[in-house]
Design a protein around this ligand. Structure first.
Ligand code: HEC
Length: 188
């Protein structure tokens, strides 16, 4: 019985301390202050396991249709390049301030660990508490598969090859209307 009370009081004390800590506002949510190393290790495990688990049942459609690489790279250039970079295009300066930082895709590091299903799942659903948006909110699956194709092909591509595929808009041209509509997988 004595141990029961000691245990209950300890749990209550820890809970009260946690509430006080949160209410005090002393935890720093700033993106330029790194996580404690234990938090970082736990979050990384949670992310990796979650992506592997959710990506494994996804059926991958044929990804080599005509114009699909072009459409995918064009969309990548509009929607992903500023955070993840592209051959000959560094990430935008604001991406340096994202925490966790977006991986630089031309390096090929992410491609070595992600299956097509996992990549599709991440792009469609995003990753909580990071800058990675859920593109499924505004784009169709066919468009998202386009970015999977681009993602896979970036490593080893030169800037000239990339520019030739993406037909990059010239300065002064509006990119707002540049969302390509042709060449994507039609899954309907
Ligand atoms: C506003 C910035 C931002 C944009 C725009 C963005 N991402 Fe991300 N993305 C991130 C961040 C930050 C991460 C890292 C999350 C983490 O480490 O948990 C990430 C992670 C990813 C990952 C997982 C990489 C890995 O190594 O596990 C994939 C795949 C991905 N993004 C693809 C894309 C694609 C494709 C697009 C465009 C359709 C895109 N992202 C647009 C910020 C962005």
């Amino acid at each position: 019985m004595k141990w029961f009370w000691i245990l209950s009081c300890s749990v209550l004390l820890v809970a009260a301390a946690a509430v006080l800590f949160i209410r005090s506002g002393s935890y720093n949510v700033a993106a330029n202050v790194p996580h404690w190393s234990t938090t970082y290790i736990v979050l990384e495990q949670v992310r990796e396991r979650s992506i592997m688990n959710h990506g494994k049942g996804i059926e991958v459609p044929g990804l080599d249709g005509p114009d699909m690489l072009k459409a995918g790279v064009q969309f990548y250039h509009e929607a992903c390049r500023l955070c993840h970079g592209a051959p000959g295009y560094p990430s935008a300066p604001f991406a340096l301030g994202l925490y966790p930082s977006p991986p630089y895709f031309p390096s090929g590091h992410s491609q070595r660990k992600r299956t097509d299903g996992e990549t599709f799942w991440v792009v469609k659903n995003g990753i909580k508490m990071t800058g990675m948006p859920a593109f499924g909110a505004g784009y169709e699956d066919g468009e998202i598969w386009g970015t999977v194709i681009a993602f896979k092909r970036l490593p080893g591509m030169s800037r000239d090859q990339y520019d030739a595929i993406a037909v990059i808009a010239q300065p002064g041209e509006s990119s707002a209307d540049a969302r390509p509509r042709r060449g994507f997988l039609d899954l309907n």
